[in-house]
Write a protein that binds this ligand. Structure first.
Ligand code: UT7
Length: 333
């Protein structure tokens, strides 16, 4: 049965911590150098929150900016989903804290864990709520305080990540209007060990030995993840476009997860999308995990590239392993 509504993406907001951690700063912390980091990743600096900052401290200003741009008040929200792997706590969820802080009195709220694919998964979930008539207006937040999950003695990972958060407001609109046209999500748990935080749940408790090993931090088999990301990101885009009977001519903006410029460029090349249609902000904010896509959307909105009617392809890949793509036309009917 065709959906009665389409999920319109009507506004975006974002928030970054003030403090910049540059490649020069990292040169003083581990054996690395600016030339290696820029040539291997495209990253020049990342934002780092002050110790003790919960994700809600970024989610709240991002959400407020988003709601203000949309011209709606928080008490009209039906639901809030926060995609993150570094929420304030496991319980209560960051979405619950945000719901209260925003005054979203009638909204249900929960966090969604899907690592770097978290925002695409959360936006897909919101689309399903709206298309099925279970919600009319939802706030989808993606963000991480990755600095709490990174070992700043490990040069393999500490150069890659930063902190940041973004939010998108999704509303029910006419089924033939603008909005989320389609999405595709995938997982392959066989690659679980290639990107993980071993001591982050029930399987491994934080004993002094585990903490001494640094098991509370991100571990990554970089080369393996890199190869899988390049393959899976283009594969899922080609599959989604094919299913929707769309071509590269239907893409005004490609908004990829920002893990490595050397992953973004081949993804664009394989899709035949020129780099001037690709939103890249990795040089300034690095990999903020669930934050990359909403932060990139916010940058594209700020520089005028994301506007009413823009046809946008989102794509992400990350720990799990998980990946997904989502195609939308931006703005209200
Ligand atoms: O967002 C979630 C998904 N994550 C990703 O998509 C990340 C995927 N992986 C990557 O982006 C890349 O694999 C990295 C950027 C992590 C690494 O780049 P690479 O070209 O795959 O380098 P490598 O790990 O194969 O390391 C090459 C060399 C090694 O030295 P040897 O063994 O060749 O002597 C490393 O020890 O570079 C060395 N190296 C460094 N050198 C200077 C590793 N990290 C650094 C560093 N500075 N920070």
């Amino acid at each position: 049965m065709p959906a009665a509504f389409r999920a319109q993406c009507v506004a975006v907001g974002s928030a970054l911590p003030e403090r910049r951690l540059t490649n020069a700063d990292l040169e003083r912390m581990v054996e690395t150098n600016d030339e290696w980091i820029v040539s291997r990743t495209g990253i020049r600096e990342r934002r780092i929150a002050e110790p003790g900052t919960g994700l809600s401290a970024l989610a709240l200003p991002a959400a407020r900016q988003c709601l203000e741009r949309a011209g709606v008040s928080a008490d009209t929200l039906d639901g809030i989903i926060v995609a993150t792997i570094s929420g304030d706590h496991v319980m209560p969820t960051t979405a619950n804290l945000l719901q209260h802080q925003l005054g979203a009195s009638k909204a249900f709220a929960y966090d969604l864990l899907n690592a770097c694919n978290g925002f695409v998964a959360a936006l897909s979930t919101a689309a399903a709520f709206i298309e099925s008539g279970h919600a009319k207006r939802m706030l989808v937040v993606g963000g991480d305080i990755m600095s709490t999950l990174i070992d700043y003695r490990d040069r393999n990972t500490c150069i890659l990540f930063g902190d940041g958060c973004g939010a998108v407001l999704v509303e029910a609109g006419p089924a033939d209007g603008p909005g989320i046209i389609g999405f595709e999500l995938h997982s392959d748990g066989a690659g679980a060990a290639d990107l993980s935080i071993p001591c982050s749940g029930s399987a491994e408790i934080p004993t002094p030995e585990a903490l001494a090993r640094g098991d509370q931090f991100v571990k990554q088999n970089g080369r393996t993840v890199f190869t899988a990301a390049v393959r899976r990101m283009s594969e899922v885009c080609v599959s989604l476009l094919g299913r929707l009977s769309l071509t590269k001519a239907d893409i005004d903006l490609l908004v990829p997860h920002q893990a490595n410029l050397r992953i973004i460029e081949p993804t664009a090349t394989r899709l035949g999308v020129p780099m001037d249609k690709v939103v890249v902000n990795i040089e300034r904010v690095a990999n903020t995990t669930a934050g990359t896509i909403p932060l990139a959307l916010a940058d594209a909105f700020a520089d005028g590239r994301l506007k009413n009617g823009s046809r946008v392809l989102l794509v992400a890949f990350g720990g799990g392993l998980t990946w997904g793509a989502l195609y939308l036309t931006w703005g209200r009917a």
